[in-house]
Design a protein around this ligand. Structure first.
Ligand code: HPA
Length: 275
């Protein structure tokens, strides 16, 4: 049995139902899962081959529950390249969620705001990304069960879901705009020269996660909604010092807005093309 199949079988044995939506909760955002109903909590340590994160603001457990009646599996915390994890391992949780039924993946993260006008606490609905990690989790011997060898990346973020998120944010007065996320390996934050460079390259926000999981989902043909919480401003001419604690604190402050946005835009209508 493959490692993915073993992990999926263990989840089933621990009571996991077939899920529809996978939700990856990044730094400081773990409590978004508290808004799920009928929760089943499984520590990553109980799932074979699942790695427990070592970074601040990441719990290391799966909460499965219902949101608007839809079965959601929320990963409360993720692993990162900067923890010394091999890129291919970063795709593993996405593949396991797909093996228990996931059709839509919602990825969240804490990010530095590069675009002038962004404020701490704003949400950025991802329209696209720049992979500046210089790593790709899909590198490896081809396994047809994971999808095509050369996945198309012309639209990795589902336009309809992003539109729904933007509409919900307007109706419920949650500050949110669309934008491009640049993923870097970390663990260092950016120098001022790097901030200028990433801005010139077209990034609106920058962080150390998300893209590996989005690449894995794209290969599997899974729809993706990406949400960054802006936790600090990367203004090269007026920069404040940044720390992991400050980032986690700012993200935790935005968690109720992320939960609200998800409640408003993830509805059973996402399931069927007829809605
Ligand atoms: N840079 C990179 N990663 C981050 C940042 C940042 O400014 N803020 C939160 N994650």
């Amino acid at each position: 049995m493959s490692q993915v199949a073993e992990a999926a079988a263990a989840l089933r044995q621990l009571g996991a139902p077939t899920i529809e939506i996978g939700l990856i909760l990044g730094t400081g955002l773990c409590e978004v899962a508290d808004s799920l109903e009928e929760r089943l909590i499984i520590p990553y340590g109980d799932i074979p081959h699942f790695q427990t994160p070592t970074a601040i603001g990441h719990h290391g457990r799966i909460t499965i529950g219902r949101l608007n009646g839809i079965v959601v599996a929320a990963l409360q915390g993720r692993c990162h390249l900067y923890e010394g994890i091999a890129p291919a391992r970063l795709a593993f949780p996405v593949r396991v969620l797909a093996a228990i039924g996931m059709q839509t993946l919602v990825v969240t993260n804490a990010a530095g705001g590069l675009r002038p006008g962004l404020e701490v606490g704003d949400l950025l609905i991802l329209s696209d990304h720049l992979n500046m990690m210089f790593a790709n989790p899909l590198i490896g011997p081809h396994d047809a069960s994971c999808g095509p060898m050369f996945p198309d990346m012309s639209a990795p973020y589902d336009r309809e879901l992003a539109e729904k998120a933007i509409t919900a944010s307007r109706i419920h007065q949650i500050p949110a705009t669309r934008g491009v996320y640049a993923a870097v390996s970390g663990p260092t934050y950016e120098t001022r020269a790097e901030m200028r460079m990433y801005r010139q390259l077209g990034a609106d926000a920058i962080g150390m996660s998300t893209v590996p999981e989005v690449l894995a989902a794209a290969r599997l043909g899974i729809k993706v909604l990406g949400i960054s919480t802006i936790t600090n401003l990367c203004n090269p001419d007026m920069v404040d010092q940044t720390s992991g604690e400050a980032v986690a604190h700012a993200a935790a402050g935005a968690a109720p807005r992320v939960a609200r946005l998800l409640r408003e835009c993830l509805t059973p209508c996402n399931r069927a093309a007829t809605c």
